[in-house]
Design a protein around this ligand. Sequence first.
Ligand SMILES: NC(=O)C1=CN([C@@H]2O[C@H](COP(=O)(O)OP(=O)(O)OC[C@H]3O[C@@H](n4cnc5c(N)ncnc54)[C@H](OP(=O)(O)O)[C@@H]3O)[C@@H](O)[C@H]2O)C=CC1
Ligand SMILES: O=C1CO[C@H](CO)[C@@H](O)[C@@H]1O
Length: 328
Amino acid sequence: MKRILVVGGGLIGSRHVDAVLAHEGCELVGLVDPDMSIAPHVPRFASMKHAPDDVDGVIIATPTGLHGAHGLEAAMRGWHMLIEKPVAETLDEAEALQAAVFAADVGSLVGHHRRYHAPVQQLKFLLAEGAIGTVVAANLIWAMRKPDEYFQGNWRTAGGSPVMINLVHDIDILRFVVGEIAQVSALAGTALRGSERIESGAVALLFENGATGTISFADTTPSPWGFEAGTGENPNIGTTGQDMMWIMGTTGAISFPSMTLWGGTDWGSPAQVQPLVPDHNVMPPLAAQLDHFVAVMDGAAPLIDVACATRSLDIALQIETQLIQQKQ
Ligand SMILES: NC(=O)C1=CN([C@@H]2O[C@H](COP(=O)(O)OP(=O)(O)OC[C@H]3O[C@@H](n4cnc5c(N)ncnc54)[C@H](OP(=O)(O)O)[C@@H]3O)[C@@H](O)[C@H]2O)C=CC1
Ligand SMILES: O=C1CO[C@H](CO)[C@@H](O)[C@@H]1O
């Protein structure tokens, strides 16, 4: 039985609390959050230093700017950690965390939970085995209308750019299924909410394997296209089941999450849909991620540790920096 502490009890932290309570291999030590009125049904601590020492693993679900400090504190106490994405706010913080995790010899996992979706894993496998030949291009959309209250009176007022909160997930799945990203070029859309925050934009990508990609993103449109809408993964976000990622290769193409596989090599006849049975999640990705965290605590290789997640952070920061520079 693994003793798990959750730090941060907001939108995602409360889902982690529920996942830990539901996991038969885990026992919830409690929740750390300065607001002692939330989650009164579980043991509560006002800060990490008030938590007991006999913790096996900590789930860090605090605002992004606190991930680095909370991760260092967890490493100093010898706790394995699952840190929400992005792994940290800056590359310096992520690198310091990487060094601390290594020095403390604790396991680390970063909450890019989309990697646990069965269709994402199937897509990675299909591309690797050449189901569409050599990948030439990947196009992705992440667009939804976030409620204005989401940005009011909290850390997201300043730090709520969809690049750091949402696109970092999309960047991570592109890295996971297509390959490492070598270069990015980004254009910012006009902000409509009257804040300095980035709200929308377009990104061009060059992968190390020579493929190119595009991302179109916005948090200001009630669009049907985005990972959450397409897969139904987030209970707070409506599901449309629409595709949001289209990948093209030398012998075919595939769209996600419908996993519609197209084949055809000749411009004289239309591409044909090929038979493919999409894989389905056997458990919610957050539960699968927790299962994997238990395995990591027992010595398994993490699917995405601090070092790997730092590469997704790096790409997100490059995009964010270009967008901010255009607004100055
Ligand atoms: N993987 C995923 O699907 C998701 C990941 N995330 C990531 O998780 C992180 C949190 O996001 P989200 O849940 O939306 O944010 P919330 O603001 O909803 O939750 C953060 C919580 O942490 C609390 N908190 C602040 N300071 C501390 C502290 N020192 N110790 C303990 N708790 C503290 C906040 O309290 P208070 O409000 O009083 O400051 C709040 O309750 C972000 O990094 C985000 O990118 C977010 C959503 C989904
Ligand atoms: O990480 C995340 C941040 O918030 C989103 C909602 O706005 C989630 O859907 C997403 O998975």
